[in-house]
Design a binder for this molecule. Structure first.
Ligand code: KDG
Ligand code: MG
Length: 402
């Protein structure tokens, strides 16, 4: 079997998505998600100028060798752009593998360990009362786990919280805009918020919170410690994970579970965190972390240390990635939870999906491969629109971490 061609489809049904489509001489094609929010075009350029020409003629069934060709074989390793491209290639090849063998992806990576995937919703409120209201709405929809984010008193823009209270979309049209941040105000407010949320909804619902890397290690340790009475499912990205050792400080002070890694792209971003058991959940998604081939190795490695998955699943990852993530998490033993923010209806005009939400869980059908298809005619109706994630400054103007 041979790869005969591949192309990159860029579409913007409400937001940008990049999809890699790989063709074979057997008339079978595979799809991979190559979307990197705000950096779509560099991934497209790498795929078109380097990866696709190198793929032509290769046997698509050799997923392991092709993965190493693009990872080990390339002198300039890693980085989000290259790893997103590699992820899309790997995902498309596993899609082809499933179609060739006429079986859903989960059967190729261990079969079913469960029938449905617990997912968490987002409740993003402009203030405390609005956040309680939003959490109530998600609970009514049947979610068993809810991520709680709120505008912070005294901070003009809180990342991920839309001022008009519409759907979540952190990327804004054009170049990056600036948001301003005040950690002291944030740290004073968040424990009060969770106290109120627990008081309102009781202990029978999983609560999560995303710090978006905005604390130093000692600030994060304080937050994790003060949130302990509210028994979070996890505290996400409490610090910038570049300094893996920073997570030691949090562990020393608190039993609040920690999730990290939606911006990671290699096992080497995780090695200290896993072997020293400094975290509890792997956030790195299939579409940025090297695809199924790499994540299977990382999650098996994490499993030895009793660390579970909690893959990134925001709406800037496409339905192809979401379906692949459901298959993947159906199969592995150490599944924890999956993030689920439903895409807008327009997205489902372009992508034909094979999963559905039911009472707090996602279920997927038995279509061979990943099971999602793209309607290219519809995709062509929505051209790429430049949009960027914001940058973050402290209130005195100092550039700050994400
Ligand atoms: O593109 C960036 C978003 O995907 C990210 O900000 C979402 O932090 C996020 C999350 O946990 O879903
Ligand atoms: Mg996050």
């Amino acid at each position: 079997m041979k790869i005969t061609d591949a192309k990159v489809i860029v579409t913007c049904p409400g937001r940008n998505f990049v999809t890699l489509k790989i063709y074979t001489n057997k008339g079978i094609y595979g799809l991979g998600d190559a979307t990197l929010n705000g950096m779509e075009k560099p991934v497209v350029a790498f795929l078109e100028n380097y990866c696709i020409p190198a793929l032509i003629g290769k046997d698509p069934q050799n997923t392991e060798d092709i993965w190493h060709f693009f990872y080990r074989g390339i002198y300039w390793k890693r980085g989000s752009v290259a790893m997103t491209a590699i992820s899309a290639i790997d995902m498309a090849l596993w899609d082809i593998k499933g179609k060739v063998l006429n079986t859903p992806l989960y059967n190729l990576i261990g079969g079913k360990s469960r029938d449905k995937i617990m997912v968490y919703a987002h409740a993003n409120g402009v203030n405390l009362d609005d956040t309680i209201l939003k959490a109530g709405i998600e609970k009514e929809k049947g979610f068993r786990a809810i991520r709680i984010q709120s505008g912070v008193p005294g901070i003009a823009d809180t990342y991920g919280v839309a001022k008009d209270s519409k759907f979540y979309e952190p990327a804004h049209k054009g170049l990056p805009h600036t948001e301003y941040w005040d950690t002291a105000k944030y740290l004073n407010y968040i424990p009060r918020l969770f106290e109120k949320v627990r008081e309102t909804f009781g202990s029978d619902i999983h609560l999560l919170h995303d710090v978006h890397h905005r604390c130093t290690p000692i600030e994060a340790a304080r937050l994790a410690k003060e949130l302990e009475p509210f028994h979070l499912f996890w505290l996400e990205d409490p610090v910038s994970g570049e300094l893996q050792e920073g997570l030691r400080l949090i562990r020393k002070h608190s039993t609040t579970p920690i999730a990290i890694g939606e911006v990671f792209n290699s096992v080497y971003d995780y090695s200290t965190l896993i072997t020293e058991q400094l975290i509890d959940y792997i956030r790195m998604p299939l579409s940025h972390g090297g695809g199924i081939t790499h994540l299977k190795k990382i999650t098996d490695f994490a499993s030895v240390y009793h660390i579970n998955t909690g893959f990134h699943g925001a709406t800037d990852l496409s339905p192809v990635n979401l379906a692949a993530s459901i298959h993947f998490n159906m199969a592995i033993n150490n599944f924890g939870i999956l993030e689920f923010m439903p895409h807008q209806d327009l997205v489902h005009e372009v992508f034909k999906i094979n999963y559905k939400f039911e009472e707090g869980f996602l279920k997927i059908d038995d279509t061979p491969g990943i099971g999602v298809d793209i309607d290219e005619e519809k995709a062509s109706k929505y051209p790429y629109t430049m949009a960027s994630l914001p940058v973050n400054r402290k209130s005195d103007g100092t550039m700050f971490y994400w």
